[in-house]
Ligand binder design. Sequence first.
Ligand code: PLP
Length: 386
Amino acid sequence: MEKKIKSIDDLMSIADLDPRHHTGEIIGSMTTSIHPRVFDVIAKFIEKNQNDHVLFPSLSVIEEELISETKRILGLSEDISGVITSGGTESNILALYAFKKTFSSRTVISLESAHQSISKAAALLELNIVKVKTNDDGYYNPDELQGILARYPNSVLVLTMGTTEIGRVDPITPIIDSIRKYHIHVHIDGAMGGFTYPFTNPKEFGKYVELVNEGLASFSTDYHKFPGAPIPSSVLFLNSMLEDKLKWNSHYMPAGYQKGLLGTRPGYSAAGALATLLLKGRDGLAYSAIRSYNLALETMNTLQSNWNLSIPRPDVPLLCVGLGEEELVSRAWSFLWSYGIKTYFCSKPPGLRIVFMPHIKKKHIDRFINKLLEFFEQGSREYHER
Ligand SMILES: Cc1ncc(COP(=O)(O)O)c(C=O)c1O
């Protein structure tokens, strides 16, 4: 194989192979543009280990401020501990581990719409996993779930704030009594919705916050998703008794311990996340979340009313545009990608996933809709003629 990268110039120019955010090409991924000033911050911390606060005291200050600023933005109590992690997957694994270690929970109850990292965590931690069905709109059946909670007291229930494929926030109200009655430990996976739902539906969000503040639930959210911090960057909030389980002795380190799954943890991530929060502020984050969510609903209405497409109404800025048959979905996907419209997939209904990240503007959506229509006119005709 001929070497494609022989110099640093080659290495720099190969980045041009990738689509860009600001052009609206990246329309299906949960990644977004980074504020230009954050790049300078990254450079200051790129060589530093977040897991070594003794050697790098600045990172201890940054971690403290990042955690407290996030709690202030989300309305979490000061008593709740925060652990910096590399992303939604690490946060989910750590949350389930902490519950297993603290309460000897052996079972995870998870909706089938949960992110695959929950199954991954259950496999790694050797937890029994009970999967609960959801309907076409991504909702569980409350009677069925209450029955399962009764059958598995002291288990961990995972609820998602913004499911990966259709953007559902799993409701808490119908099961709140069972959660208390059967001593269920709840983990709320807010990887995507943790920085949108608080602003688009503060009243409902308050119910999840109450549970976390009472120490009955853990909650994770990703800075590297909607807020637009550098990858990898997430945080897990949980009560301090659980946080202790996430510290491991590390004799050779000056602090004597390390937190989380990684040994060496990128210092620039926490610094970049804090910079992002400072630059956007609570108002900026709220503005972005509301704007993106409104654009998602407006797009849903346009697609539904004009072309009768099946699209579950989301709770976070994300749409699963149902196209019906798998093969049609895959042809539509190839067609759109050939025009630089990089959508993802969703399966229930089979369709294309669009994520309304902060860089997505109305003109990008118009382009997506126009090309989808062109596909319906050309591609689907070919498909049916084959
Ligand atoms: C709901 C949810 N949880 C967890 C994750 C995993 O996050 P990460 O890729 O940062 O590990 C995702 C990723 O899309 C997600 O949508």
